[in-house]
Ligand binder design. Structure first.
Ligand SMILES: Cc1cc2nc3c(=O)[nH]c(=O)nc-3n(C[C@H](O)[C@H](O)[C@H](O)COP(=O)(O)O)c2cc1C
Length: 409
């Protein structure tokens, strides 16, 4: 095996840290405020325990499933990440890896590559939108995604524009002007491997958002686009139903934490939701996504597809999410570390690690398919789960009359 191959996502992250300029690495690490949510996303998976068998297990295991009507060879899909300057091939390399490994690519509105280049890789692609711009602009962007062949839309709704991290946010220039390049140079020069990848292309990262360009116009900068988003009036549930209707196809609402929101998402007609806290980058102190999953999966899992993202770093984590009711998971940092460490091959490497770990878990638990994973496979600590927004329990008729009787006495 080539020496570029890494055996765990933790190793990919170490290599990414060595390879990337400090501010690019910091932008991927992200997190917010105290980092409570970021850490809980990881820690919660470690609290769940397996109960494996030793004999009578299945010699073949089926890991395949489908997500919003798209067949995938494993229940892991690429989550949208709006990042820049990680690798010159950026999201195109990620999409090639997704295609090579039989899974779905999701492309962020804030991504560095145009959707047409991403769908041209052959990877089934979901396009991610925020509620930003006028309705006309939103429709224009949906139509562009449709024309490019996107198979579904992801609407990410959990962003609250929080900023600030106790460990400091990286400095990111608006544009890579000469002045910015000079300021950036000391950290870039300490990362010759990264610099060389870009130097070979003859271009510097332009830090723009090509998928948000108005027809025939230059792409806005990352911060210009962020400003448009911040200036947009916040959506209502009727707005979400409108957006879903305009798209008319598979529609995933990303960022659900509560039962009442999951129910409203069903009412708005979505195909799927992802239980998610935006990878801990948003409202800090939201519990780990995996803690919020079981109650939501119980409540709406029969009506829509319930997915999860946040904290997936190994195949066992994927198995745990499935055992607690997810149909599939989305990964963010795991593939970003792979991309930074070794481009397309690095992302394939990460998907292979997850596949291997998932297969081991399915084998050890005595199953022949990922669909057989269930809560019986897991030791779940008391107080592990978090449940929000449950409907008030209905008072049984008999109790109601008893209470009334008591009131009369
Ligand atoms: C650097 C970075 C950028 C992100 N950008 C977006 C984005 O543009 N749109 C979106 O829906 N989610 C975005 N996310 C959230 C991911 O899609 C996903 O929810 C999260 O990374 C999952 O957690 P994980 O990194 O622990 O897998 C971003 C995450 C990271 C780390």
């Amino acid at each position: 095996m080539s020496s570029d191959w890494f055996e765990t996502v933790a190793e990919a992250q170490r290599r990414a840290k060595k390879r990337l300029p400090a501010s690019v690495y910091g932008a991927l690490l992200a997190g917010s405020e105290r980092g409570v949510t970021y850490e809980d996303n990881l820690a919660a998976f470690a609290q769940l325990g397996w109960a494996p068998h030793v004999a009578g297990m299945s010699g073949t295991r089926d890991l395949s499933t489908s997500v919003m009507g798209v067949d995938v060879s494993l229940p892991v899909i690429i989550s949208p990440t709006g990042v820049q300057a990680v690798h010159p091939e950026g999201e195109v390399a990620v999409a090639r890896a997704a295609a090579a490994r039989g899974t779905i690519m999701s492309l962020s509105s804030f991504a560095s590559k145009p959707i047409e280049e991403v769908t041209a890789t052959g990877a089934p692609t979901f396009y991610q939108v925020y509620w930003m711009g006028s309705r006309e602009t939103m429709l224009q962007r949906l139509e562009r995604a449709r024309a490019a062949g996107a198979k579904g839309i992801i609407a990410t709704l959990d962003w609250t524009f929080s900023n600030g991290r106790d460990w400091g946010s990286p400095w990111i220039p608006e544009k890579l002007t000469l002045g910015a390049a000079m300021r950036f140079a000391p950290q870039a020069l300490r990362r010759p491997g990264w610099l060389w990848e870009f130097a070979k292309t003859g271009r510097v990262p332009d830090l723009s958002t090509p998928n948000l360009a108005a027809p025939g116009e230059q792409a806005p900068t990352f911060f210009g686009a962020y400003g448009e988003w911040m200036g947009t009036a916040l959506p209502t549930w009727e707005d979400i139903a409108w957006l879903r209707e305009q798209w008319g196809g598979p529609f995933l609402l990303k960022g659900v934490s509560r039962l009442d929101d999951a129910r409203r998402a069903v009412d708005a007609g979505v195909t799927a939701i992802s239980v998610s806290n935006h990878g801990g980058n948003n409202l800090d102190s939201t519990p780990a996504a995996i803690r919020m999953l079981p109650a939501i999966a119980d409540a709406v899992g029969d009506e829509i597809e319930v997915l999860l993202d946040g904290g997936i770093r190994r195949g066992g984590d994927v198995a745990k999410a499935l055992a607690l009711g997810a149909r599939a998971v989305l990964i963010g940092r795991a593939y970003l570390w792979g991309l930074a460490a070794n481009g397309q091959t690095g992302v394939e490497n990460v998907l292979d690690i997850l596949r291997g770990g998932l297969d081991s878990a399915v084998l050890g638990l005595g199953h022949s398919s990922v669909h057989e994973l269930s809560r019986d496979d897991l030791w779940i600590p008391q107080d592990f789960t978090r449940e929000f927004g449950a409907p008030a329990p209905a008072v049984p008729d008999s109790l109601e009359s008893l209470e009334m009787g008591a009131g009369l006495a």
